[in-house]
Write a protein that binds this ligand. Structure first.
Ligand code: AMP
Length: 359
């Protein structure tokens, strides 16, 4: 595995696998630091291609193209986690990749991820491995009447998830996933959802942003609000959870830890995203160093930036046809549009960030 011997200097090239809006905002942050980017995406219409000089359009498991990509990059990162592990390993033999294959493998599979989190002594919803109809039934019997069946891999924005309220429903949901290995989670009656966006540098330095409170609609993030309703002690606990996870993974880059806040105030880890996160977009306007710049700094071996927040803020996603109202939205706050030609229902088209004086 290639290591980073020295920081990537201005003028160097950061490779970003994945050309969606996260890749686009990473590329824009890199440009501000005088770094070049090369974006690798498996379709030609990637939003990030519009903001980078170097781009490669090839399948994510095309080992020859990945080798050519590694050739032009001084460091490589990715903007989504559902990448073939062997493709990342192939890259990592040729160029420094952060976060590395280990962090990716740990977070690609919900069972591996939750088992890892539990071993760190952190709380999660109860979860059970489901690989057969019999196991689905047995797992449901261990819950208190409500659960969510989730495929272990390749789920996002609510895809590969079904709420269940009986053993029969659990079996049906498992069959609807065509028998894909899954986990059954106990349903958490949370008081709210928050996330911690944090960064760990090449030298082990750590910086965490104030946790936003997140509201989802139809399984898609609608709004992130900072500050959340967490107490100062809960904020410290949430940041400490992210640090424990980042340290245990020997992580380099930005990660997001999604948390449920229980009715008793306890913090339960729902999911770890090994990348910049939608609930951290507000950091562009409300912090000195955004999550995107922070990630680029970490990947390039630079010192981490200041993650402190200078304003209260609400970030709202612009989804599907809502983007048609861009002119009205532009009057309401800092508007970001991702350059996507087609506004399909449920597609994240942009976001708007509204600042207020810090309370
Ligand atoms: P996930 O894909 O695991 O992040 O889940 C997406 C969303 O579904 C979460 O943000 C929650 O709103 C909801 N959800 C997921 N798991 C649970 C659970 N065990 N209990 C209650 N709600 C959940």
């Amino acid at each position: 595995m290639k290591k980073l011997d020295h920081p990537v200097p201005p003028g160097g090239t950061i490779g970003i696998v994945g050309g969606g809006q996260l890749g686009r905002m990473l590329a824009m942050a890199a440009a501000r630091l005088g770094l070049q980017t090369c974006i690798y995406n498996d379709t030609p219409d990637a939003p990030a291609f519009q903001v980078t000089e170097q781009a490669m359009d090839a399948p994510y498991d095309d080992l020859d193209m990945l080798a050519s990509f590694a050739e032009v990059c001084d460091a490589v990162t990715f903007e989504f986690e559902n990448l073939p592990a062997h493709a990342i390993a192939h890259l990592a033999e040729r160029v420094w990749v952060a976060p590395g294959a280990h962090a990716l493998a740990m977070t690609q599979d919900r069972l591996t991820e939750k088992t890892f989190v539990e071993k760190l002594g952190l709380k999660t919803a109860p979860f059970f491995d489901v690989t057969s109809a019999d196991q689905a039934r047995a797992a449901f019997a261990k819950l208190n009447g409500r659960g969510i069946l989730k495929t272990r891999r390749f789920g996002y924005d609510g895809k590969g998830q079904t709420k269940v309220a009986s053993a029969d429903e659990t079996v049906k949901a498992f069959e609807s996933f065509k028998g894909a290995p899954s986990i059954l989670e106990g349903f958490v009656d949370f008081s709210c959802e928050v996330s911690v966006i944090a960064a760990r540098g090449h030298d082990g330095a750590f910086a965490a942003y104030d946790p936003p409170e997140n509201v989802h609609e139809n399984h898609i993030l609608r709004r992130s609000t900072v500050p959340s309703r967490l107490s100062a002690a809960q904020v410290d606990d949430a940041k400490a959870i992210a640090r424990k996870i980042a340290d245990a993974l020997d992580y380099v880059g930005v990660l997001a830890v999604e948390l449920f806040v229980g009715q008793d105030g306890s913090l339960l880890v729902n999911e770890i995203a090994p990348r910049v996160h939608n609930s951290g977009h507000w950091t562009i306007e409300a912090c000195q160093c955004s999550q995107f710049e922070q990630h680029i700094r970490a990947v390039a071996g630079w010192p981490l930036g200041d993650a402190s927040r200078h304003a209260d803020v609400v970030m709202e996603n612009i989804i599907g046809a809502e983007a048609d109202a861009w002119e009205a939205l532009a009057k309401t706050g800092a508007l970001h549009l991702y350059g996507k030609a087609q506004a399909r229902p449920g597609r994240k088209m942009g976001h708007v960030t509204r600042l207020k004086d810090k309370s």
